[in-house]
Design a protein around this ligand. Structure first.
Ligand code: FAD
Length: 312
């Protein structure tokens, strides 16, 4: 392990333009909170991922993987390691299969697939974030999940090897994958879609976007739903909405400084100005405690809390 106080001294020259120092995490996350990340590495190809991995390993830096930061709470103290920002952006259509860089914005992919005559993803129109974040968290809405469409992927393993894997190796479950917990970096994804009624799919897309605008904060920073919905009470039943329990437990009146519960949705925390990460965290803890006290149910967080030093 290198003891040099400046990891920059061992950074290959050609990687230097892809690295920034002391970047506020508030600029990299949709909640707009968080102190500086010591280093942020923009990863645009699998080869760069491997070379950045070699660099952080030699420099002894912990790594956090980030897409668009739309499902992450970053700490006020920042991150004392390297943030890998996945920015792979390829897009190739072959028949019903689309090979896509994990760094592309998910909504851009929905639109481009429709332009290519492929339907299926329109249910997730308007979903913030990258494809990588969506696949690693098995994002979903309106009765579908991204995992349904994933056939193959290119990842970097935690020990820095590039591997091709099948969709089945992700371990897709409700809003989670087993793969995310290993620390693998998702770089490229092959999705399988269908040819179908593109006009109808475009109409669905417009409806979903309008629905999101009506239900979600449009001008206040947030990270989507804070808590997961509950397991169905029985076979054939739907998941129970965490938002309903939170509302009945009085969450809508809660706030911690500028961290507030969104007036139209009790499962969303907004940053109404100058909220800190600590305030948001306290508010989420109070919301969970209120549901525990009222219903004896322990809500699970969907938003990821980024630790100051961690390898995910
Ligand atoms: C207004 C709003 C509405 C939302 N609505 C929904 C919704 O309807 N359904 C839903 O499921 N989510 C929703 N979300 C949450 C969020 O948009 C999704 O979880 C999104 O898919 C996250 O993508 P991201 O690129 O922002 O990931 P990030 O927030 O950057 O990362 C999320 C997690 O994935 C990991 N990760 C990200 N990219 C990679 C990669 N390439 N390789 C390995 N790990 C990676 C990170 O380490 C982190 O653990 C919403 C968020 C907002 C702000």
């Amino acid at each position: 392990m290198n003891q040099d106080p400046s990891p920059l001294s061992i950074l290959p020259d050609d990687l230097a333009p892809l690295v920034r120092a002391r970047v506020p995490l508030s600029d990299l996350t949709t909640l707009k909170v968080g102190g500086p990340a010591r280093w942020v590495c923009r990863v645009t190809t699998p080869q760069e991922a491997v070379r950045f991995h070699a660099w952080v390993t030699e420099a002894g830096l912990p790594v956090y993987i980030l897409g668009a930061g739309s499902n992450v709470l970053a700490p006020d103290a920042g991150y004392a390691g390297a943030v890998f920002r996945v920015d792979t952006a390829s897009f190739t259509v072959r028949g019903n299969r689309v090979s896509v860089g994990a760094g592309l914005a998910f909504d851009t992919i929905v639109a481009r697939c429709l332009d290519a005559g492929l339907v299926g993803l329109e249910f997730a129109s308007g979903l913030p974030g990258t494809l990588g974040g969506a696949v690693m968290g098995n994002a979903g809405c309106y009765g579908h999940e991204i995992g349904e469409f994933v056939r193959r992927a290119t990842i970097m393993t935690p020990d820095g090897r590039i591997e091709e894997i099948d969709g089945g190796q992700f371990g897709f479950a409700y809003r989670v994958t087993a793969l995310r917990e290993t620390g693998a970096v998702l770089l490229d994804v092959v999705l399988e879609l269908a040819t179908g009624d593109v006009d109808r799919a475009r109409a669905t897309r417009r409806e979903r976007i309008a629905d999101r605008r009506a239900k979600h904060p449009v001008d206040l920073p947030c990270a989507g739903s804070w808590f997961r919905n509950l397991e169905p009470a029985g076979p054939g039943q739907r998941r129970r909405a965490a938002g309903r329990l939170l509302e009945e437990a009085g969450a809508k009146d809660m706030r911690e400084g500028d961290a507030r519960v969104f007036a139209r949705h009790a499962n969303i925390i907004v940053n109404a100005g100058r909220a800190t990460s600590a305030q948001i965290s306290r508010l989420a803890d109070r919301m969970r405690a209120a549901v525990r006290e009222r219903f004896g149910i322990e809500l699970q967080e969907e938003v990821r809390r980024m630790a100051q030093r961690e390898r995910e």
